[in-house]
Design a protein around this ligand. Sequence first.
Ligand code: KG4
Ligand code: ZN
Length: 325
Amino acid sequence: MKILGIETSCDETAAAVVAEGTKILSNQIASQVEIHARYGGVVPEVASRQHILSIIPILEKAMSDAGTTWKDLSAIAVTIGPGLAGSLLVGVNAAKAIALAHGLPLIGVNHLEGHIYANWLDNQSIDFPVICLIVSGGHSDLVLMRGHGDYVILGRTRDDAAGEAFDKAARILDLGYPGGPAIERAARGGTASIPLPRAWLKGSGDFSFSGVKTALLRLVEAGKISSVADGAASFQGAVIDVLVTKTLVVARERRVKQILLAGGVAANGLLRKWLVECSPLPVLVPPPVLCTDNAAMIAACGYYRLKAGKSGGLDLDVVPSLKLA
Ligand code: KG4
Ligand code: ZN
């Protein structure tokens, strides 16, 4: 069963064809990062206009790379939220047009659920129940997953998401955009020697990263950070310490079998290494290119939804503030 996935929730125009929910036949991503970098962040109006320019060429490339015809497809899975309304609309309308023209079922996918399903690509074997740590530009969620499509939210961010905190810290340290990869690169040349606060929020699965960001800002303003590399390493270490420690506490409490890492921040090498080394349970992490936004993860999620008999019609609409559970 081949599914075409479409993802346009933020600043990547992406299309992919995935077979049986696990095998990537093509995975095309047109990044807008250079366009938004000059503004220091994603400009929604610019993003939606760019999606309009990229969507058709990206779809055509994804189909030709996969050696697939429209007749070979079983369904189209598209991100309906959460994300930027104008950006989501481009993907959803493209999906509807293809579904109408070729009589295919439509599956609306939650972007965060898509991030989790990146773990099914690459044929990893997953054993429920699992704890998923979803860390992206807009979310830091701890989720108990008891089966396909069965989620219990155990914690979320109370202020800045992990990726957002990385992006803001990079701005404070003048490292440019996008901040996560810039902090990780700079940190390689430094040591985590600057004491920064950690918000443990004991007894709760929630996260808070605005305090560590503000602490970094105050130190920079006071001229107390002599090395940008040490600043980056200390910030990265503080955020990852909290993410890993709280994930392991919740995994132990819930007696799960595995831990799944997902979302753009899961591309961070130190987070991946730290979690794998500290966890007594198996930790699954998609390859970095499948952690950041892509459409293969949307197609993978769509496959399990279709198998569960859940598909929709042409009344599908975007839901910019869509919740996972
Ligand atoms: O999942 P994603 O691609 O888009 C959203 O759904 O938000 O995540 C993007 C976020 C950005 O905040 C980016 O700075 C962060 O993921 N990120 C990283 C790394 N690569 C991307 N954060 C830390 N280390 C990285 N290597
Ligand atoms: Zn994402």
